[in-house]
Design a protein around this ligand. Structure first.
Ligand code: FAD
Ligand code: SF4
Length: 518
């Protein structure tokens, strides 16, 4: 019997997705790929993201050669119709997709078998078992349960993944005797330096397929078919397996050693610092997480990278990335609509349009320009500059999530919901984190070089030079005083409000700004 064709989504592009030894289709199965234009029409994506995804899909199709039928269609349904013809229920296999919308779609199709998810270390069943055992345990550190069940927390999950996958373990103990080296990884940027003293990240060169993608995008834009934000400069992230492997090897050999120390720091002239940029090939499925953490551990074992850097990197991939993926499914469909803080303000146009030049606040203007030009910025600018602005100004969390999804080259539904709804906007009321993540200008001043040239002063709450992050922080605490006073992690900060003699003036100044760029 001829093997069933296998439908490959655009974020399942590595060879492991097709490997029969890993629950994939028969190795002779023909492959179907569908480029659906409606996906680009539905949202105003960053153009560099549209370019990257189309380039990666077309490169994969070129590699698969005669084995693949590559269909360009308006929708997935139309694409499938083209492939299946009149036999609308002819058998097909597909890997478990990464979004609920796609899963519901394939789940509703006749004749389609959904194969196990790939691209993560932990399976759905194993996570469910861990979550069932750990509900109610919290992190075990400093959480007052008051007899109430505690939400799941990353730390316990991460230890379990390390043990189960024998990652950075010395027998039954974590390598070096500690699970968590975060404390060593929160250094401010080195003073007096514009850039970190580290070799730059690997960047690809474009080819004919990129030229073709660019021509298509130009034409669709000209025809008014689709519209984008951001700039589509030279493609700067891997689009093929070979490029992804090169980027990984380069990172481990030249940049991993310095990953830890300044992981949370920001430098205006050095947006990437020692970060890996691997979220992009990982989320396209070009790399498997196991092949990223294994060479990192080897670098530690051979003395080529210190433990704080390697543990920090392993925590991001085997901890955070896995945790976020599983929480997406664990939290359920209505998670995307959560709005515990009842924030409803629409996103202002300058933010939607990535209009960095309209913004005076140096931190926000710099980071918004990074997003406009590359579709990427590292985790602290995402959390403490972009997300914090949205939280302090009370922007609608669903619209903020949509913005991140559209504007980031590594943004997908599964990774956005927990990171934005939970981590960044606290719209889930604490299911994901123990407190909202936001700060005044003092944190940004300590962790970056943004403040010195800024027109505002990080320690001014009111007046012409009032820092929008400092004023916004107090106004956020004031707005949610009752809720935050009841949380032991924020209660002390709320008490600080009572010591502010200029609170009324501060609130008036913040209100006056409205949705004008800060
Ligand atoms: P590195 O700092 O080198 O980290 C290594 C890897 O760890 C990353 O490549 C990524 O795969 C993984 N990782 C680390 N933290 C997370 C996390 N919280 N969730 C998932 N993976 C993680 N990550 C995305 O992949 N896509 C997103 O759309 C995305 N949106 C985010 C939005 C907000 C508001 C915040 C706070 C974080 C978001 N993250 C997202 C997580 C993190 O910021 C990015 O993974 C990271 O900045 C990507 O750059 P990098 O590859 O250089 O990461
Ligand atoms: Fe940002 Fe405030 Fe510092 Fe200016 S002073 S860079 S607005 S934190």
């Amino acid at each position: 019997m001829a093997p069933r064709p296998h439908w490959l989504f655009g974020d399942q592009l590595g060879p492991h997705f097709l490997d029969p030894r890993h629950g994939g289709p028969d190795d002779k199965a023909p492959v179907v790929m569908i480029e659906a234009r409606s996906v680009l029409r539905r949202r105003r994506f960053h153009r560099a993201k549209a370019h990257l995804v189309l380039s990666a899909m077309r490169h994969r199709a070129a590699e698969l050669g005669d084995r693949v039928t590559y269909v360009r269609a308006e929708t997935y349904a139309e694409g499938l119709e083209k492939v299946r013809g009149r036999r609308a229920s002819s058998p097909l296999t597909v890997r478990h997709p990464t979004s609920r919308r796609a899963l519901d779609f394939v789940g509703g199709l006749e004749g389609v078998e959904i194969l196990p998810a790939k691209g993560f270390l932990v399976s759905h069943d194993d996570f469910a078992e861990w979550a069932g055992r750990n509900k109610g345990k919290g992190s075990g550190k400093g959480e007052k349960g008051g007899g109430q069940p505690q939400p799941l927390r990353l730390e316990g999950f991460y230890h379990w993944v390390r043990e189960r996958h024998d990652l950075l373990m010395d027998g039954d103990h974590p390598a070096g005797g500690r699970w968590n080296l975060d404390h060593d990884n929160r250094e401010p940027p080195p003073r007096g330096q514009d850039t970190l003293d580290v070799r730059g990240p690997w960047r690809p060169s474009e080819d004919d397929i990129d030229d073709e993608v660019r021509r298509d995008l130009d034409r669709w834009e000209r025809d008014g078919d689709v519209s984008f934000v951001g700039r589509d400069g030279p493609r700067s992230f891997p689009a093929t397996r070979r490029e992804a492997r090169t980027a990984l090897r380069h990172f481990v050999a030249h940049r991993l050693a310095g990953f830890g120390r300044h992981e949370d720091a920001m430098l205006a002239a050095d947006p990437v610092m020692s970060h890996s940029l691997l979220s992009v090939p990982l989320n396209l499925g070009l790399l498997d997480p196991a092949e990223c953490v294994e060479p990192a551990e080897q670098a530690y074992r051979s003395g080529d990278a210190p433990l704080n850097s390697v543990e920090g990197f392993v925590r991001q991939i085997a901890g955070w990335r896995e945790y976020v993926w599983h929480l997406y499914w664990h939290f359920g469909e209505d998670y995307r609509h959560r709005n515990a803080l009842r924030h409803t303000t629409p996103l202002p146009d300058w933010f939607l349009d990535l209009d960095a030049d309209a913004v005076t606040a140096n931190c926000l203007s710099t980071v918004l320009a990074q997003v406009r030009d590359t579709g990427w910025t590292h985790h602290i600018p995402r959390l403490m500059v972009l997300g914090s602005r949205a939280l302090q100004d009370g922007w609608d969390p669903a619209a903020v999530t949509d913005w991140f999804h559209r504007c980031f080259v590594d943004g997908y539904d599964w990774v956005m919901l927990p990171n934005v709804v939970g981590m960044s906007q606290y719209a889930d009321g604490g299911m994901m984190t123990t407190k909202p993540y936001t700060s005044g200008g003092a944190y940004i001043k300590k962790m970056s070089d943004f403040c010195a040239p800024c027109a505002y002063r990080p320690d001014h709450r009111t007046g012409e030079e009032a820092c929008p992050y400092t004023a916004g922080y107090w106004s956020f605490l004031h707005r949610h005083r009752t809720r935050l006073a009841a949380n032991h992690r924020t209660a002390r900060a709320v008490k600080g409000l009572d010591r502010l003699g200029d609170l009324r003036e501060l609130l008036d100044t913040t209100a006056e700004r409205g949705d004008a760029p800060p």
